[in-house]
Design a protein around this ligand. Structure first.
Ligand code: ATP
Ligand code: MG
Length: 440
């Protein structure tokens, strides 16, 4: 049955792509307010960037990587996420130097690749919008980061959101907690799901994150990481909460929330959606946290080692908008339709339509010599404000018929007049805001 796209990928077609462009525009607008600038890293990286950055006991690294040997024998992977690549780039380009923004604030928008079980809201090529703020240990950075994500959803009109936060403390407190968690889970080993049994000794914190119903019951009474925070970590978490309170942000603390990536410490957060379109399920639409230590892991300077970031799913942002009934842009129509009648008008039709485009308007025409009625039907379908008709007779007399599609009024215009002052003559009939009708 012909060629098909790989499983877990999507063709984003006209009608759909306008939604993506809109979401991306909103993200850019919001990040600008925060002085966060775009960075574009390669779609593929040396595998070590990911294994070292993300951690080699994570699902991403153990199961989900699209990696391969290139023709030069290098071990390459398509990027599964953008934090490790961005930190690699930060260090490689010495963005910690005095001439650079500090903390360095970057955002990215682009495809990520994970070999996952494809299902609703989960793809193998998916798209993330994310930020990284590198070089500051001020908890205000954590809070501003979270605020930028909340602003983004608010601008989109997504309101069924819930902010959940937790602290993972420092590596040292996490090690202590890790042991306590293993001690708690081991006696119940036989009851755990296969995945959790495997994770118990490699990455026990991930058991807390299990989606298995039985696991969920078991972790219900697991010890809390918050009881294992050292003084600095506890104080840091208090400050984050205090700052969130200061700007009136609602949140809940969930001590069982951990992140799937190894690099996180201190603050972690998720924004969940309980919008109706997710079939009553609560879905994570944005996730991130602090990752002090990663810059050093990439041999960057101690002085710029503190960092915070998050990633949010673009597909899931659109699903949320649709679930909440937010109006989304679709394919816009055209301003002008050029109706060329008869094969002899082909040249003049081309000249005319190019004139329309030069004047800054959107224009479409017929390419298959259809009858006037069929062409006008298309013009209406495209919501054209003006139709310019040229047939053999008009060609001979060097005129066109200009019809205002809203009022139905038609008049004859000299081609030479039209070419001399296109905007003045045709522009009259095109409402100024018409190109913006799909913008919010
Ligand atoms: P999960 O536990 O659901 O697999 P994760 O921990 O792998 O999530 P992150 O790597 O933190 O997720 O990604 C951040 C966000 O990116 C997610 O909240 C989600 O919106 C989006 N995302 C992650 N993986 C996918 C995917 N395969 N398809 C679509 N969106 C995704
Ligand atoms: Mg995942």
């Amino acid at each position: 049955m012909g060629y098909q796209k790989p499983k877990g990928t999507a063709d984003i077609l006209p009608g759909e792509v306008e939604k993506w462009q809109y979401v991306e525009t909103v993200a850019r607008k919001v990040f600008k307010r925060y002085d966060i600038h775009e960075v574009r890293t390669p779609m593929f990286e040396h595998i070590e960037v990911i294994t070292r950055g993300v951690g080699d006991t994570t699902d991403i690294v153990t199961k989900e990587m699209y990696d391969f040997q290139d023709k030069g024998g290098r071990h390459i992977t398509l990027r599964p996420e953008n934090t490790a690549p961005l930190v690699r780039s930060y260090v490689e380009n010495k963005l910690f130097g005095p001439e650079h923004q500090n903390p360095f604030k970057a955002f990215y928008i682009g495809p990520m690749f994970r070999y996952e079980r494809a299902q609703f809201g989960r793809f193998r090529q998916f798209h993330q919008i994310g930020i990284e703020m590198i070089g500051s240990a001020n908890p205000a950075i954590d809070v501003e980061g979270i605020l930028s994500a909340l602003d983004f959803y608010r601008e989109l009109g997504v309101t069924h959101t819930k902010l959940v936060i937790n602290s993972l403390g420092t590596r040292e407190c996490r090690m202590e907690y890790r042991q306590a968690l293993i001690d708690y889970l081991e006696p119940q080993f036989d009851e755990l799901s296969g995945d959790s049994q495997r994770r118990l000794h490699t990455n026990p914190l991930r058991v807390l994150d299990s989606k298995d119903e039985k696991d969920k019951v078991i972790v219900e009474n697991a010890p809390s990481i918050l009881d294992y925070l050292d003084e600095y970590s506890a104080k840091f978490f208090e400050e984050v909460k205090e700052l969130l309170d200061a700007v009136d942000v609602d949140y809940v603390v969930d001590h069982r929330m951990v992140r799937g990536l190894d690099y996180y410490n201190h603050t972690v957060f998720e924004i969940m959606s309980n919008a109706p379109g997710y079939n009553g399920k609560i879905t994570t639409i944005c996730a991130g946290g602090r990752y002090d230590g990663l810059v050093k892991e990439f041999e960057g300077p101690d002085s710029h080692d503190a960092a915070f970031g998050y990633a949010l799913g673009l597909e899931r942002a659109i699903i949320s908008m649709e679930a909440e009934g937010v109006a989304l842009p679709t394919t816009p129509g055209v301003d002008v339709y050029v109706v060329g009648l008869g094969e002899k008008t082909n040249i003049e039709t081309l000249k005319l339509i190019q004139k329309v485009r030069e004047a800054g308007y959107t224009a479409e025409r017929d390419y298959s010599n259809r009858k006037a009625k069929a062409q006008f039907k298309t013009a209406s379908k495209l919501n054209a404000k003006v139709a310019l008709t040229i047939g053999d007779d008009e060609l001979e007399r060097e005129v066109v018929r200009m019809k205002n599609m809203d009022t139905g009024v038609e008049e004859e215009v000299k081609l030479s007049d039209l070419y001399a002052d296109f905007k003045g003559i045709v522009g009259e009939n095109i409402p100024k805001n018409c190109k913006c009708k799909n913008k919010k």
